[in-house]
Design a protein around this ligand. Sequence first.
Ligand SMILES: C[S@@+](CC[C@H](N)C(=O)[O-])C[C@H]1O[C@@H](n2cnc3c(N)ncnc32)[C@H](O)[C@@H]1O
Length: 298
Amino acid sequence: MTHASPSAAPRLSADALLRLEREQVTDAQLNRYADLVYRRTGIRLSPQKKMLLTNRLRRRLRETNIDCFDKYFDLLTRLQADNPEWDAFLQEITTHETYLFRDEPHWNWFRQVFLPQIAAAGQRRERPKTLRIWSAACSTGDEATTIACCVAACLPNANTWNVRIIGTDIGIDAVAEAKRATFSERSMKLVPDDYRKRFFTELTTERRWKAKPQLTDMQSFRRHNLLDPPGEEPFDLVFLKNVLIYFDGPSKQSVMKHIRAAMKPGGMLVAGAAEGVGEFVKGLERLDTWLFRNPPIV
Ligand SMILES: C[S@@+](CC[C@H](N)C(=O)[O-])C[C@H]1O[C@@H](n2cnc3c(N)ncnc32)[C@H](O)[C@@H]1O
């Protein structure tokens, strides 16, 4: 395994580029790539993805000056998982689609049920005034920023609480973008007007919105593969949305083992409606199709 960047190979000749444009990924190559992606990420690349893989690989080959799919495959197998080339490759084949306040029912529950209950328990001194929330597979941080908006708006005396919102994603670029905390108009489309005014600054020249320190001070972002334990103190609440839809049964099972271990007793899990975690949540109580609770210790 090497940490080194892909070699600075000489630029591909015009002939090699032309050959590359005509070459298609074969079934055998698709299987080898699919197997490699699966082992590194848990994501299943279906046979229908052959055309997509061909097109996306061509881009990486041109960037790295590698003239065939097999050589690029060999390169990936030699590189450590945290090598930027792995990230660039995964960036091509994964979807980072996300936006603030995605899936309204989850945020209604968070604002109207979860936060008031936590606040009341804190007020009665039945729990410490600490709150740890994990946005797992956070992409560019939109979900973690939605969490921060809701906490700032709906947790009474939020400044007397120690709130930590940890966002993690396998993509280095996604994590770097999350740390920048700026969002396009498209990402902001569901943000209520009063939240926009209170919690964001408009960057008019970039036509983007920057989250204020009131939100970002609660957050931290880092790279993490869901197939590994998060190595974090347990959480009161975990958001796991729109990621396991690309995983098969065994990899969902591995992820859910880590998620379950990362939940405090009494901790909650919000899963995407299409996540298909139902059969892998052994030991958790199902409160809704998308809401699960780790039983409290009695
Ligand atoms: C569609 S986005 C979901 C973002 C956000 N959770 C939401 O619902 O809006 C899926 C994210 O999962 C990440 N991802 C895919 N496989 C992963 C893995 N094995 N570990 C951690 N993140 C992963 C991708 O990099 C991508 O950013």
